[in-house]
Design a protein around this ligand. Structure first.
Ligand code: ZN
Length: 336
């Protein structure tokens, strides 16, 4: 049993409380490799923002769970080197799909876990989530549950159609399970193709797709049922057009990729939404930078010469999200 507190990590309880009261959201960035982690820690340290490092099933398969946890431990020390005396970094399991997976992460030093029973019948979701909460809370690890189904593809999480969270279920779910935060479905979705072209309108000037707005009425109804309770949005990449354009100009093919407009995430951040998950945007930044180098310098074969620019572009992206979208800049308790 590894106590996350001994690694310098924190759970999400205090982060979320402050985020709700302060009208901002904590960034939850997924990481799979060193460059991505460096970019996340550099961006969050320079902006003095709390941050949630997320590990998905795909990341565990790709990079190895043990290695990722040691990397997160190293990230705490790296943040200190960058001038954050008391960094607020949570290590969070994204989309845990069984009690066993959650338990193994908790036992190994994760400070927060998600148990995603959203595809199960309601009563089974309640039972599974409750079981994880009972285990996690013994070790002061926070738990995120989910109600409602997001469409899209994220690693092994695939759903054809979304189902909005039913506001009439949230009080029962939260009180029966004891979860610390709740992921909801209000129109965000996983991946870089969040909407089919037929769900969107087209901007007559640019020909670009304009996605349908998020269901703020559903969010409002949920907040009315659960005043002050931390809400989480998954699948909240914005799919920046500049990255898509760079990718497509350098040999890529991403037609009609579309995400959630940043103004809508900004608006959500000011509400009880206190954790916003962003993954695809960093994948796009990485790919855009690498494609550009490969296209412009076909003789390049040193991975540092293309992973380095990828890291720089991801750092820029994360800083932008923190400062201009989520509003979590300068929110560390100790800004020293
Ligand atoms: Zn997700």
């Amino acid at each position: 049993m590894v106590d996350y507190k001994s690694l310098g990590l924190v759970n999400t309880r205090e982060m979320f409380k402050k985020a709700i009261n302060g009208g901002y959201a904590i960034p939850a960035f997924n990481f799979n490799n060193m460059e991505q982690l460096q970019a996340i820690i550099k961006a969050s340290s320079e902006t003095k923002s709390p941050v949630i490092l997320q590990v998905s099933k795909g990341a565990r398969n790709y990079a190895n769970q043990t290695l990722l946890r040691y990397m997160a431990q190293g990230a705490v020390e790296y943040a200190k080197e960058l001038g954050c005396n008391h960094p607020e970094i949570a290590l969070h399991l994204d989309h845990g799909d069984s009690f066993e997976v959650c338990k193994s992460c908790i036992d190994f030093g994760f400070s927060s876990v998600m148990i995603d029973g959203s595809a199960l019948p309601y009563d089974e979701n309640v039972a599974l989530t409750r079981k994880v909460v009972e285990y996690a809370h013994q070790f002061d690890v926070t738990v995120e549950g989910e109600l409602g189904v997001l469409a899209g593809v994220e690693d092994d999480v695939v759903a054809e159609e979304s189902h909005y969270t039913k506001p009439e279920e949230v009080i029962d779910f939260v009180s029966k399970t004891g979860v610390d935060s709740l992921a909801i479905s209000i129109g965000t979705s996983h991946g870089a193709y969040k909407f089919k072209p037929e769900q969107c309108t087209r901007d007559p000037k640019t020909g670009k797709l304009v996605p349908p707005p998020l269901a703020f009425d559903v969010l409002d109804a949920i907040m009315e049922k659960l005043p002050g309770f931390p809400i989480v949005l998954h699948g909240s990449s914005s799919v920046p057009q500049e990255y898509v354009d760079t990718i497509n100009a350098n040999g890529g093919k991403l037609p009609d990729a579309v995400g959630i407009p940043e103004e809508q995430l900004r608006k959500a951040s000011k509400s009880a939404v206190c954790k916003i998950n962003i993954d695809s945007d960093s994948r796009l930044a990485f790919t855009a930078a690498v494609r550009k180098v490969f296209n412009e310098k076909p003789a390049e074969f040193d991975p540092r010469k293309y992973c380095g620019p990828a890291r720089d572009l991801m750092t820029e992206l994360y800083e932008h999200k923190i400062k201009n979208v989520l509003g979590s800049e300068n929110r560390l308790a100790d800004l020293g």
